[in-house]
Design a protein around this ligand. Structure first.
Ligand code: SF4
Length: 166
């Protein structure tokens, strides 16, 4: 979904989005029941998944340095390939609750490649329609209607690039 601004090569070199510290627990990807089934079938050493809203979340085990890495992360990248969770497919973009009536599309400052782009370029990107007539904003809002768990709490240092009034 983000190929135009984030190449597979950049992601392969980095993988920062697949590691979490204790302040990032809200960023742990949530998978649908369907994806949880795929994981059970595809991954011999099936990771622990805990029920979370209408889906499941990976159980993370923090090391002595307070870091935990997603159990789907391998030397060759994400084991799930095209089946990776929606949260991961749209990262570093996030949909956050700003207030009861307001959502924001934000961008994680942790992704160096995307954070280096101007706000105007990011705004154009999230509003651009794809071949099926949907922008990234449309896809995130539509997914949030079906799976409200992708709406995350607002984090102050995440620049807001679009506001959505409910
Ligand atoms: S599911 Fe894949 S892309 Fe998402 S955090 Fe885990 S390893 Fe990374």
């Amino acid at each position: 979904m983000l190929k135009k601004i984030l190449s597979r090569e950049s992601c392969a070199k980095c993988r920062v989005c697949c590691g979490f510290d204790r302040d990032d627990v809200w960023e742990i990807p949530v998978v649908t029941a369907h994806t949880a089934e795929i994981i059970k079938q595809k991954v011999a050493d099936c990771p622990e998944l805990e029920a979370y809203e209408d889906g499941y979340r990976f159980v993370m085990h923090f090391d002595d340095e307070g870091m935990a890495y997603c159990p789907m992360l391998t030397e060759n990248g994400c084991l799930l390939g095209d089946d990776k969770p929606f949260d991961c497919r749209v990262w570093p973009f996030r949909i956050n609750r700003i207030s009861d009536e307001l959502l924001g599309i934000t961008v994680s400052p942790v992704c160096d490649t995307v954070s280096a782009l101007s706000i105007s370029k990011l705004t154009s990107f999230i509003n651009e329609k794809d071949d099926e007539g949907f922008s990234l904003t449309d896809r995130m809002v539509n997914y949030a209607k079906e799976h409200p768990y992708i709406i995350k709490p607002y984090v102050e240092d995440y620049p807001i690039i679009k506001l959505i009034r409910l």
